[in-house]
Design a binder for this molecule. Structure first.
Ligand code: GRF
Length: 224
């Protein structure tokens, strides 16, 4: 797995890690452009850690309850993360609000996935919020992380229609399926140098990315 040229990726998570699993499934082949070098969690026993161990990826736990402040926890995380010399840090269900210092330290190489069509429905309970708002479409967004919570420049979105029968659970299930496609796709674009960060803004194929790519349209383009 991985070569001298492959993109070194550290994944941060707090939960079950199905997005991590999607990355493992894509990137643990011999010719992978990506090397998953470590999975870090703030939660001992997080399901994602077991997935990492199963895939022979290094794991580390930094329990936030052992630290007096958000700043102290984030500095401890930064020290652990940097020991792995990552090119990209992937937040995959990491349930901690990050300090400005942390975000600035990794600017342009820190991405997150959020289960809504940002800027709609930041924060938690996004599927419930989409239903309550009467949205006719919903989805997921991969974005670069900035100091604004769920607010950094969006890279790609997957859209699904909302039907009259949908519940928060059914939306969560369908959105998650697309998360498992758009997150590995984004990491691959980054590894291939198609997705870059220049002077505080994202670029795709050397063009400024002023609005998120539409995953469905991208797929269609790629298959033509
Ligand atoms: C996903 O819904 C993701 O969008 C959000 O956290 C959840 C993580 O799920 N940021 P999993 O642990 O990858 O299954």
């Amino acid at each position: 797995m991985g070569s001298a040229q492959s993109l070194r990726v550290v994944v941060l998570l707090s939960g079950t890690g199905t997005n991590l699993q999607a990355l493992i499934d894509q990137f643990t082949t011999a010719d992978s452009p990506v090397e998953l070098v470590a999975v870090l969690s703030n939660k001992q026993g997080a399901g994602g850690l077991a997935r990492a161990e199963q895939a022979h990826i290094a794991t580390d736990v930094v329990d936030h309850r052992q630290y007096d402040s958000r700043e102290a926890f984030d500095r401890a995380m930064m020290a652990r993360i940097d020991a792995y010399r990552p090119d990209l840090i992937v937040l995959a269900g990491f349930m901690r609000i990050l300090t400005a210092e942390f975000v600035q330290h990794y600017q342009g190489r820190l991405i997150n996935i959020h289960p809504s069509l940002l800027p709609r429905h930041r924060g938690l309970n996004t599927h419930q919020k989409a239903l309550e708002a009467g949205d006719c479409e919903h989805g997921a967004t991969v974005h670069f992380v900035t100091e604004e919570l769920d607010g950094g420049p969006a890279i790609v979105q997957a859209r699904i229609p909302v039907t009259a029968e949908d519940t928060p659970e059914s939306l969560a299930r369908r959105v998650l399926t697309y998360e498992h496609r758009i997150y590995p796709a984004t990491v691959r674009w980054f590894a291939k140098g198609r997705l870059t960060w220049r002077n505080g803004a994202p670029y795709m194929d050397d063009k400024p990315l002023t609005e998120p790519l539409d995953y469905g349209a991208e797929q269609d383009r790629a298959s033509r």
